[in-house]
Design a protein around this ligand. Structure first.
Ligand SMILES: Nc1ncnc2c1ncn2[C@@H]1O[C@H](COP(=O)(O)OP(=O)(O)OP(=O)(O)O)[C@@H](O)[C@H]1O
Length: 247
């Protein structure tokens, strides 16, 4: 099933066209990787999906549907809940681990202490952090390592039960071990969530994604099963990119 559909999508910053006529269907509960050289429009594409582009001063033309309904017909807050985003640099709130994870549920009205504790435990478990931090949930999240902070940020994004998780180069500031932790986590999460990940790391796209989209200069050059993109791309530009000729 397709959870997101882009139909003739164009995205602009001012008069400058950043994305050109993108047609794309994102499969539910799969991992889709977005690859392409620096500046080609990958982050812009993510920001279109949760309507952040408008806030950054951009605009779009064309259609974006989430679960068959135009994205602009949803309340903006509802979209942010359903489509979470995690950025390259871990951004824990300067408060305890516990408060990082209860912040959004409390904002959305959960008051029951037991329920909040359940959310904290559950999300720490899916993020693989529980064993590492369970002794001291009152500790400042800023004292965690970079990799732990990033896992916490993913766990935090999950506390409002999104359906889609957007990740913008979530591992680029992390070492191999922490990257492996995040990748394992994403593979686990893809059973329950739709994941769209922007990555510069082609081996990462190959390792974890089901589908890969290759973007060049704002155009979607090729979008297919990851195995096909990496083993037998249709377009010569895709082939050149994955062979490391440019980007
Ligand atoms: N807030 C903004 N205002 C104006 N132009 C912007 C803004 N954000 C991005 N751009 C421009 O949009 C184009 C695409 O940028 P984007 O960040 O989407 O690319 P990217 O593929 O994610 O790059 P990278 O891999 O380097 O992160 C670039 O030319 C960039 O300068």
């Amino acid at each position: 099933m397709d959870i997101i559909e882009l139909d003739s999508l164009n995205a602009y910053y001012g008069d400058k066209k950043i994305l050109n006529n993108i047609n794309m269907k994102i499969k539910k509960n799969k991992i889709t990787a977005i690859i392409g050289p620096s500046g080609c429009g990958k982050s812009t594409l993510l920001s279109v999906l949760n309507r952040m582009l408008e806030e950054n001063g951009g605009s779009t033309r064309g259609n974006i549907a989430f679960k068959g309904k135009d994205i602009s017909s949803y309340d903006k807050e509802e979209i942010r809940k359903k489509i979470g985003i995690v950025f390259q640099k871990p951004t824990p709130f300067p408060m305890s681990i516990y408060k990082n994870l209860t912040y959004a549920p409390i904002y959305y009205g959960t008051r029951d202490k037991k329920k909040l504790e359940e959310i904290v435990q559950d999300k720490l478990k899916v993020s693989g952090l529980f064993e590492e931090v369970k002794q001291d949930l009152g500790m400042s999240a800023l004292k965690l390592s970079g990799g732990q902070q990033q896992r916490l940020c993913i766990a935090r994004a999950l506390t409002v039960d999104p359906e889609v998780l957007l990740l913008d180069e979530p591992c680029s500031a992390l070492d191999i071990k922490n990257t492996a932790h995040i990748e394992e986590m994403l593979l686990r999460l893809s059973q329950e969530y739709t994941i769209i990940i922007v990555t510069h790391n082609l081996s990462q796209a190959k390792r974890i994604s089901d589908y890969t989209a290759f973007i060049l200069d704002g155009e979607l050059i090729e979008y297919d099963e990851t195995e096909k993109i990496f083993n037998n791309p249709e377009d010569n530009r895709t082939k050149e990119y994955i062979e490391g000729i440019y980007g």
